[in-house]
Design a protein around this ligand. Structure first.
Ligand SMILES: [Zn+2]
Ligand SMILES: [Zn+2]
Length: 364
């Protein structure tokens, strides 16, 4: 067993008010029973991070307090164990999940722990601690040199996967959960709307799971990466009508399944109109406004199955294997890396898609 010297203090990037970040020196957290301390090696910035910084999750009470350490798409190394931990040892290389369910509610018992019925019940409001955690959203996250996690949030990284690539586990997992809920028709036609990081992962996963071809819908230069990573057909929705084009490409039948990863307000409507009768539409994206239109009669007449996909339950080991085999080309998603000190700059590059940015990774 490797022994690690743990300092008393660490650097952490903290949110101290909406749109105000500060690099701080704070105590290194101590793992409780069933928890481990991890040295964070890589944290990818998620689309939710700038939104949280700007106050876009006020309705969800994220962050719940200041100063708050965000960051949830991380990889690192186990360096110390809390009481009773037997399934990990110091030195283990791991990737983390943001969600840890209570483990006891009906949903958790069925494996649906990202929609735990005890969400947010951590005892901090004076109520009962149901042991639910959502790291980086209402519980301390990974934008720091160290963080503490329950072992159920952790997955071992295959030897040939770097920490940077392993930090794609969350993003690729969000895609895979949606792809699995929709289902991939062997040798069929899968459509992915939105060639961002999650959409690109969904595309590679549809291929790994045996689709016949993937049609990617996006616009302009954003489709270049999709082409590079193996999209069979790219449709630029500014140049042609994607619903019409998908129907043409499928002899009027429609696609077997559509993965909606764009978050554009009109995409769920288009997805339902381009999928075949009895096809599936996965809503993997989130929307600025909750009220999005769908063609309800078409959904009824055509028996379209619409599935919501919340985060990345039960997919991390598969995703890490895909990253290891190269089925998901994690390294191709990472365009920039920054030290923790440059977090604000990193968020700016990520959020405003500067310099062709896709996934931006922080090294605390
Ligand atoms: Zn994320
Ligand atoms: Zn639960």
């Amino acid at each position: 067993m490797e022994l690690f010297k743990i300092p008393e203090k660490m650097k952490a990037m903290t949110l101290v008010a909406y749109d105000k970040l500060a690099l701080a020196v704070v105590p290194v957290p101590v793992p409780g029973p069933g928890e481990v301390l991890c040295r964070i090696k890589a944290v990818a910035i998620c689309g939710s991070d700038p939104k949280m910084i700007h106050g876009g999750y006020k309705f969800a009470n994220w962050p719940p307090y200041y100063p708050f350490i965000m960051g949830h798409e991380w990889s690192g190394q186990v360096v110390a164990l809390g009481e009773g931990v037997k399934d990990f040892v110091p030195g283990d290389r791991v990737a983390g999940e943001a969600h840890v369910g209570c483990g006891n509610c009906d949903n958790c018992k069925k494996g649906h722990y990202t929609v735990c019925l005890n969400y947010g019940k951590d005892g901090k409001d004076g109520g009962i601690d149901k042991r639910h955690r959502h790291y980086g959203f209402y519980w301390q996250g990974a934008n720091a040199e160290y963080s503490v996690y329950k072992t159920s949030a952790l997955h071992r990284i295959p030897d040939n996967v770097s920490y940077d690539v392993a930090s794609m586990c969350d993003c690729a997992g969000v895609a895979l959960h949606g792809v699995q809920l929709a289902g991939v028709s062997p040798a069929g036609t899968s459509v992915v709307i939105g060639p961002g990081a999650i959409g690109l992962c969904a595309m590679m996963e549809c291929k790994a799971l045996g689709t016949g071809r993937v049609i990617m819908i996006g616009r302009g230069s954003k489709l270049d990466k999709a082409r590079e990573l193996g999209a069979d057909v790219c449709i630029d929705f500014e140049q042609e009508d994607p619903v019409k084009r998908v129907r043409e490409l499928t002899n009027g039948i429609g696609a077997d399944e559509v993965m909606e990863c764009s978050g554009a307000m009109d995409s769920p409507m288009k997805a339902c109109l381009m999928v075949k009768k009895t096809g599936a539409v996965a809503i993997i994206a989130t929307y600025h406004n909750n009220e999005v239109l769908i063609p309800a009669n078409t959904v009824n007449f055509n028996e379209i199955r619409i599935v919501g996909a919340k985060a990345n339950p039960n997919v991390s080991d598969q995703v890490l294997n895909f990253l290891s085999s190269g089925a998901i080309r994690g390294e191709a998603l990472i365009t920039h890396t920054f030290p923790l000190e440059d977090y604000e700059k990193a968020v700016d590059v990520f959020e405003h898609k500067k310099d062709g940015s896709l996934k931006v990774v922080i090294h605390p």
